[in-house]
Design a protein around this ligand. Structure first.
Ligand code: IMP
Ligand code: MG
Length: 181
């Protein structure tokens, strides 16, 4: 499926992702008992994670998506955050859970939190599969975190480089020759 030569290192194998996603689902189900969750997936990276996570959440939920520009086609943050696709529904008085693939500098999540908070949800929490704490520029709350990872550019399980590798079922570090050309 993947050309082995492109893999520098497999950071999180498929079975570990599955186990952790199930744990997160259980924790979220427990914390939101008796409530209905309004899940917001941040496109495109979080789509695969959210699809799996949602099936481990045992309380009623709805799913909506937002698309935001952050990195464009490169692997470096531009610091520019722009809404490309807004929510279809109103979140006022809802228990909103933002689902992200990764929190890196925190710029995207900080922007999203401030923007969504202004729409008066009943509650607003965040869930990220991956967290690169070393890279943080802005302090942002990650209420549910799958894995803390080192400062390495990773792809797979929704995360991409130039749009590729989202379909790979594990998370790995791309060899730098494939990033820097
Ligand atoms: P932040 O605004 O710097 O926190 O960046 C968040 C977004 O950058 C994520 O949702 C990803 O789309 C992208 N990103 C950050 N680090 C990586 C990575 O290691 N691989 C792939 N995408 C990344
Ligand atoms: Mg993203």
């Amino acid at each position: 499926m993947m050309e082995q030569e492109k893999i520098e290192e497999i950071l999180i194998p498929e079975n570990q992702i599955k186990k952790r996603v199930e744990q997160l689902g259980n924790q979220i189900s427990h914390d939101y008992k008796g409530k209905e969750i309004f899940c917001i997936g941040v496109l495109k990276g979080a789509a695969i994670f959210l699809a799996d996570l949602a099936r481990y959440i045992k309380v009623p939920l709805t799913i909506d998506f937002m698309a935001i520009s952050s990195y464009g086609v490169s692997s470096e943050s531009s610091g520019v955050v722009r809404i490309l696709k807004d929510l279809d529904e109103n979140i006022e008085d809802k228990a909103v859970l933002i689902v992200e693939d990764i929190v890196d500098t925190g710029l995207t999540l900080d922007y999203l939190l401030r923007m969504l908070q202004s729409r008066k949800p009943a509650s607003l929490r965040t869930c990220a599969l991956l967290n690169k704490i070393e890279r943080r520029k802005l302090e942002v709350p990650v209420d549910y975190c799958g894995f803390e990872i080192p400062d390495k550019f990773v792809v797979g399980y929704g995360l991409d480089f130039n749009g590729l590798y989202r379909n790979i079922p594990y998370i790995f570090v791309l060899k730098s020759t494939y990033i820097n050309g």
